[in-house]
Write a protein of this length. Structure first.
Length: 595
């Protein structure tokens, strides 16, 4: 069981991550005012002191605490640390992402460090929360006018009044623009706490900026594990409580390549060989990735988690070195090359032209962002550049078992990944692969794209369209609706949809995603189609739609197929309003039926 302390944006994200597991957890907030829908999580509201928290954790057999509370909730952090130490359970701190500290700001550790003399007869806008009003009242006795910006809710207004603030000293986040003031007092609340937006507003108004630094000492002792995003949190839970998620996540080839490049660069520049390196993901969070080293290169082992992936366990290598003459590479300070086992594009339709290494735009940008901070001191002002070359042992053989041959990627695997993390059996990843195939099909200049459910139906359809190139055949799996919408977005003029009967009876009822977890055969609807075709057979002993091929007489089949295809067309043709759609119903023996 996991106990989450939330009430923040990070708390909400933590709950979303844990909800994916289907396992029960507890979500605690002090006020109970956060709007949050939980299906597997159980809410507990109200402050927990050390004794109550300890008793609760014992009673509920808590095995992990996730501290996603506000960074300035110091007392809560200290209580969590003590309970963790007493019970010997790990704490994962879901930390915020913080911009670098600007030296032009005044940085302080405590309210007492504010210099009232510097603010005499000036107006100070305090955005440090309603609880801080009592700590700032002393400034008013020193000739400082203080305005307090708080949340516009009854409990906050009552608390402000109790601490001595008058109505004319209050303004609200929800309704009021930031008022004019000479200076602003802020907390180092991180990106999710609106820190950047407040800074930009204050700068636009010419305010002096005073910032209270976030407390960090509470993580010095005890078993704290730090993450700063949802992917890192999930992977940390998977590591510390392996049985909480039924399926584990993995890393994309793009993340692995980036980690290998970081490791190679750190070894070359600093002579260090860390076992793990920090990798900045596209969403801004940082995760730690294991790496290794050999003579002349660093490497990262591809980790697919529980997602079925033929690239699981492969070694992605990186060699990185400076070049004193970047003009040889078109003036680019960072050049990314593909070596042995990394495929090359041979067809148009990708981010890069034919002949380029099959390293997609997302991973290239991730590699660039991660290396920039390491290499910038080297290349800035010196005219130096940096070359990273990636290779994958046995990549050519492995690629034969991927989508690459039908995409026109030859010679090895592709380095891909949008988020940097692979969720097991990811719908997003599969749909992304369909989109890539559709884009390549469009770029191949074929006047027809044939979409189908898998290898069996595709084999029959290729025999029907022998003159079409390999790239014209795209497998939709279960995502018929999404694939047709892609065809329309790409402007493909003619689409053939090949479908076998099991999916067809679902599609005919309007189920555009035919996966068994979302749609099952509706016998009542199938009976309705049989009645429409004037076919009298019993469905009582039928469990699979394909059994209908044997139950329906040969002379009645054409009428039944017409009815099924007609019902499919009702839902599919509107998704391709600018193109022509042909639907073919495929029997188990390869016979193809059309209207």
């Amino acid at each position: 069981m996991i106990l989450v302390f939330g009430g923040t944006t990070e708390g909400r994200k933590a709950a979303e991550v844990l909800e994916e597991s289907g396992s029960t957890f507890f979500y605690s907030t002090k006020t109970g005012e956060q709007d949050l829908t939980l299906h597997h999580g159980q809410r507990i509201d109200g402050a927990l002191d050390g004794e109550v928290m300890l008793a609760f954790c014992k009673e509920q057999h808590i095995r992990m605490i996730i501290d996603a509370a506000h960074p300035f909730a110091s007392r809560l952090h200290e209580t969590i640390a003590q309970v963790s130490a007493d019970l010997q359970i790990p704490v994962v701190r879901y930390e915020r992402i913080y911009p670098p500290r600007d030296p032009d700001f005044t940085w302080i550790d405590d309210y007492s460090e504010i210099k009232a003399a510097d603010l005499h007869k000036l107006t100070l806008l305090a955005t440090t929360g309603v609880q801080s009003i009592s700590k700032l009242r002393w400034l008013e006795t020193q000739g400082v006018k203080v305005i307090y910006r708080i949340l516009n809710r009854a409990s906050s207004i009552v608390l402000a009044h109790q601490q001595g603030a008058s109505d004319d000293q209050l303004c609200f986040y929800e309704n009021d623009a930031m008022p004019n003031a000479d200076a602003i007092l802020m907390k180092e609340s991180g990106i999710s706490g609106g820190f950047v937006e407040k800074v930009n507003e204050a700068r636009a108004k010419g305010m002096r900026i005073i910032v209270i630094k976030r407390p960090e000492g509470f993580m010095e002792n005890g078993g704290w594990f730090i993450v700063n995003g949802p992917y890192g949190l999930r992977r940390m839970v998977e590591k510390l409580l392996p049985d909480f998620f039924p399926l584990h996540s993995g890393l994309t080839t793009g993340t692995c390549a980036t980690a290998a490049a970081i490791a190679a660069t750190i070894r070359l520049l600093k002579g260090e060989t860390p076992a793990e390196v920090p990798v900045l993901l596209p969403d801004g969070e940082t995760i730690s990735v294991p790496v290794g080293y050999a003579e002349g290169y660093a490497y990262c082992i591809k980790e697919a988690g529980d997602d079925p992936d033929v690239t699981d366990g492969i070694e992605i290598r990186a060699t990185c070195q400076p070049t004193p003459n970047p003009s040889l590479y078109g003036g680019e300070w960072l050049v990314i090359e593909g070596g042995e086992g990394v495929g090359r594009f041979t067809l148009p339709g990708f981010d890069y032209p034919p002949g380029e290494a099959a390293i997609n735009k997302g991973p290239r940008e991730m590699i660039r962002r991660n290396l920039e901070s390491l290499i910038t001191p080297l290349h800035t002002g010196r005219g130096w550049g940096w070359v990273c070359r990636f290779s994958v042992p046995n990549g050519k053989d492995i690629a034969r078992r991927t989508f690459n041959p039908r995409l026109g990627i030859e010679g090895g695997i592709s380095i891909i990944g949008v988020s940097g993390i692979v969720k097991p059996f990811s719908e997003e990843a599969f749909i992304d692969s369909i989109r890539k195939c559709m884009t390549v099909a469009k770029a191949s200049d074929t006047d027809r794209v044939v979409i189908n459910s898998g290898a069996k139906s595709e084999r029959f359809l290729k025999a029907l369209y022998p003159s079409l190139p390999q790239q014209a055949f795209v497998q939709y799996g279960n995502y018929i609706g999404k694939t047709l919408r892609m065809a329309d977005e790409l402007g493909i003029p003619n689409v053939t949809l090949g479908v076998m009967l099991g999916k067809a009876v679902k599609l005919a009822e309007g189920q555009l995603d035919t996966h068994s977890r979302k749609a099952t055969m509706n016998k009542d609807f199938v009976q309705k189609m049989l009645n429409e075709a004037k076919i009298e057979i019993s469905l009582n002993n039928i469990t699979l739609a394909r059994e209908l091929w044997e139950r329906i007489s040969e002379n009645q089949l054409p009428t039944f197929c017409d009815v099924v295809i007609y019902n499919c067309e009702k839902y599919c043709k509107p998704l391709l309003p600018h193109g022509h759609l042909t639907i073919l119903l495929i029997s188990d023996d390869g016979t193809i039926h059309s209207r």
